[in-house]
Design a protein around this ligand. Sequence first.
Ligand code: FES
Ligand code: FES
Length: 168
Amino acid sequence: MQITVAVNDVVFTREVEPRLLLIHFLRDELGLTGSHWGCDTSNCGACVVWMDELPVKSCTVLAAMADGRRVLTVEGLERNGRLDPVQEGFARCHGLQCGFCTPGMMLTARWLLDHHPDPTPGQIREALSGQVCRCTGYENIVRSVQWAAQHHGGDGRGGHRSAPEEAG
Ligand code: FES
Ligand code: FES
């Protein structure tokens, strides 16, 4: 079947098998390997992307379900050569070690700050509770999101994106 999806503000049209998962569409069809495939059982959250304005686990979404929708991956967080405050917070506060969980963590954090610009540590932990990190113990992840909140992280960059362009 043919699907058309706006990924990081670029419109792609592709022929896909109806059973293809969104995570594999992003990684294998579009070459966007920032989204990670960690468990295939909807447990780890490494595959989180946005579909329209909501974070979803892309290993539990069919690519066909994204037809006509907008998808945001970690590659789309940086805007005009500037890191998103969430990305900067993770870098400054050592919010990652191996980095496998990090793209999903950052996309969920971006959504949280768009809706709760000044979250408490408890709200950050609750928002990230569907995602697993094997390395950090979560303390620095929470600090990273707090840093982003304190440095214009809630300015809505993730939620107010430009009109999609056609892919070449
Ligand atoms: S790969 Fe999707 S939740 Fe683990
Ligand atoms: S940084 Fe390694 S799994 Fe989170």
